[in-house]
Design a protein around this ligand. Structure first.
Ligand code: F6P
Length: 373
C-alpha cells in the first residue's frame, strides 16, 4: 500500500483525557511528513454526516491540557450495518481521504476494521490505524490506553477525600468506579489508595460471596487492635460487578446489624459514592499527555509509511510474535500491533480467557493474607 497523503482523524466512544494529545501529535507529525490532516467531528456519526474539517497547527495549539476531545465523540450503533459503512466509505472517497486514524476503545477500533474490510472496500484505497484510548484499559496488547492514568489519579484524589470523612466518622464507604466490564481501574486504584477491599468482575463472585467479603472485611478492620485512624473502611467496587450498589449497601447493613444488634445502627451503616463520569473528565495527567503524543506520533507515521490495520500500543504486557506486533522504529516504548489480534485479545481479556486477565484477578489472591494486617 502506498503511503497516505490525506489522513482523517476521529475520536469515538467514551472520551478519554489525553485524546487531544493524540490529535495534536497526528496533526503536527502528519503535516511535517507532508500529509494533509483532517478532523472528523463526533466520531463515526460525523463521518456519516460529512462533518470533516481541516486540522491546521493552529487548530491544535493549546489543546494538550484540555480534557475530552476537541473533535467531539459519539457512539454510533448503526455502524454495524453494511449500508451505513458503505455511506461512510463514499464520504471518505469523495473527500479523497486515503488514511483513517481512529482514537478510541474496543467498539471504535472494531468500526475501523469494518470500514476498511478489503471485501467491503472493493478497490477503494483506505489505510487505517488505531490509537487505544479508553479509561477502562480493556484493550488487548497494550499496557495502557490513553486516559487510564488520569482516571486513576481522579479516583485516588476522590478516595483520599472520602477517606478523611470516613476516618472522622469511623465509617465504611463503598466507592463505585467506571470501567465497564473491566476491573482494571478498580484494582489499580484500590492499590494506590490502600483500600481495604477491591471488587471487580474478573473475580466472578456471586452476590452472596461479595456481601460476605465486605462484611468480613468491615468486622476484621473494626476489631483489630490498631489506632483509631485505621478503623475506616474503603471498598472500591468496579461498575462491572453487576450487583447494584444500593442493593449491596442494604444487604451489607442488614448483615452488620445481625452481627452487632446492640450497636447504634448509625455507627455501622455503610455509605455509597458513585464517582460516575467524574472519572472520565478533567485535565489529562502529564503521563496521558505524553502517552497520547507518543501513540499519535507512531500511528500517523505508520499511515504515512503505507502501513495499515495496526494499532499503536504502549509496552505490550505479553511477548508478541513478529506477525502480531513489531516495535516501532520511531519510539522503542511503542509497538505496532495487528488490529485483528488486538480485538481477539480484548475479547479474551473481557471473557477471562486471557492469561493476563487471570493474572490481574490473581494478584488479589496473592496479597489476600496481607490485606487486613
Ligand atoms: O468506556 C468508557 C466508559 O466511561 C465506561 O467506563 C462506562 O461504562 C461507559 O463509558 C459509560 O458510557 P456513557 O458515557 O455512554 O454513559
Amino acid at each position: 500500500m502506498s503511503g497516505c497523503k490525506r489522513i482523517a482523524v476521529l475520536t469515538s466512544g467514551g472520551d478519554a483525557p489525553g485524546m487531544n494529545a493524540a490529535i495534536r501529535a497526528a496533526t503536527l507529525i502528519g503535516r511535517s511528513l507532508g500529509a494533509e490532516v483532517l478532523g472528523i467531528e463526533r466520531g463515526y456519526r460525523g463521518l456519516l454526516e460529512d462533518a470533516i474539517v481541516p486540522l491546521q497547527p493552529t487548530d491544535v495549539a493549546g489543546i494538550l491540557r484540555e480534557g475530552g476531545t476537541i473533535l467531539g465523540s459519539a457512539r454510533c450503533k448503526e455502524f454495524h450495518q453494511r449500508e451505513v459503512r458503505d455511506r461512510a466509505r463514499e464520504v471518505l472517497a469523495r473527500r479523497g481521504i486515503d488514511g483513517l486514524l481512529v482514537i478510541g476503545g474496543n467498539g471504535s477500533l472494531t468500526g475501523a476494521l469494518r470500514v476498511a474490510d478489503p471485501q467491503e472496500l472493493g478497490g477503494q484505497e483506505l489505510a487505517i490505524a488505531g490509537v487505544p484510548a479508553s479509561i477502562d484499559n480493556d484493550l488487548g496488547l497494550t499496557g495502557l490506553s490513553i486516559g487510564v492514568d488520569t482516571a486513576m489519579n481522579t479516583i485516588v484524589e476522590a478516595c483520599d477525600k472520602i477517606a478523611d470523612t470516613a476516618t472522622a466518622h469511623d465509617r465504611t464507604f463503598i466507592v463505585e468506579v467506571m470501567g465497564r466490564d473491566c476491573g482494571y481501574l478498580a484494582m489499580t486504584s484500590a492499590i494506590a489508595v490502600g483500600a481495604d477491599l477491591a471488587l471487580f468482575p474478573e473475580a466472578g463472585k456471586p452476590e452472596s460471596a461479595i456481601v460476605d467479603q465486605i462484611v468480613d472485611t468491615i468486622v476484621a478492620v473494626r476489631t483489630r487492635q490498631a489506632p483509631k485512624r485505621t478503623r475506616r473502611v474503603i471498598i472500591i467496587k468496579a461498575e462491572g460487578v453487576s450487583m447494584p450498589v444500593d442493593r449491596l449497601k442494604t444487604q451489607v447493613d442488614a448483615r452488620l446489624r445481625e452481627r452487632a444488634p446492640s450497636t447504634d445502627p448509625a455507627g455501622i451503616e455503610t455509605r455509597v459514592t458513585v464517582l460516575g463520569h467524574v472519572v472520565r473528565g478533567g485535565r489529562p495527567s502529564a503521563f496521558d499527555r505524553l502517552l497520547g503524543s507518543r501513540l499519535g506520533n507512531v500511528a500517523v507515521r505508520a499511515l504515512v509509511a503505507g502501513t495499515s490495520h495496526k494499532m499503536a500500543a504502549w509496552m505490550p504486557p505479553v511477548d508478541l510474535p513478529p506477525e502480531v506486533g513489531v516495535r516501532s522504529q520511531a519510539d522503542p516504548y511503542c509497538w505496532l500491533v495487528d488490529l485483528d489480534a488486538v480485538l481477539r485479545e480484548t475479547e479474551n481479556l473481557l471473557t477471562g480467557k486471557s492469561p493476563l486477565a487471570r493474572w490481574r484477578a490473581g494478584v488479589f489472591d496473592q496479597i489476600e493474607d496481607a490485606r487486613l494486617l
